[in-house]
Design a binder for this molecule. Sequence first.
Ligand SMILES: Nc1ncnc2c1ncn2[C@@H]1O[C@H](COP(=O)(O)OP(=O)(O)O)[C@@H](O)[C@H]1O
Ligand SMILES: [Mg+2]
Length: 212
Amino acid sequence: MQVYSLISQKGGAGKSTLARQLAVLVSEVEPSLLIDRDPQQTTTKWWLRRNELAPAPERPGLLDLDGGSLTEAVRRLRRRPDGVLFLDTRPAVEEPEAEAARVADLVIVPVRPSPDDLEAVGETLKILRRLDRRAVVVVNAAKNDSRATGARAALSRYPIPVCPVHLADRTVYLDASLEGRGVSEMRGVAAREAADELRQVWNWIREVRDEQ
Ligand SMILES: Nc1ncnc2c1ncn2[C@@H]1O[C@H](COP(=O)(O)OP(=O)(O)O)[C@@H](O)[C@H]1O
Ligand SMILES: [Mg+2]
């Protein structure tokens, strides 16, 4: 099983959104699993809403560590021949997030294209570099293309790959969140566009992961 951790000090960057959306997208073709390491339990609550759908989708699964060691759990999961695990974390980069970074093949850092968020992400990237973890940045919730392009230009000063595709600011992500779904499971043009950009982001992330 491959392992990806969503990490950023900043709240609201899109960690939980990306963890859930990517987990649903991946689940279309292979097993996918979520672990929620944030006491706010945003992803767990989404998963519980999802479980109330009729019929309740089988994937992604949610693994409750129940106080157990993340490192141990991931060591066991890695023995599985296929599938992808997404680890959602708190808005912090302290020891629990460092552990999530250490057990991951690749860390995904979402960032909103606002000046404040772009400035704050530097600290997250610095800590990840100190931990010697491989990371990528994904611009999330851009109101338009030029904001995303500007953000990518600002991020190019860091020695970390920046995804050439961004996720736009779309209400369909909020609708999906409320319904316990992924955008790839929703109807309509907006959902299709969202699923398409998400797929491109995911394909890029996987390519980077494979460039070992
Ligand atoms: N691309 C997006 N378009 C619209 N809303 C978004 C997008 N990404 C995130 N959001 C919303 O922004 C809020 C914060 O996102 P979230 O994923 O919970 O951030 P984090 O987990 O990093 O704190 C949520 O309400 C979420 O639905
Ligand atoms: Mg969150």
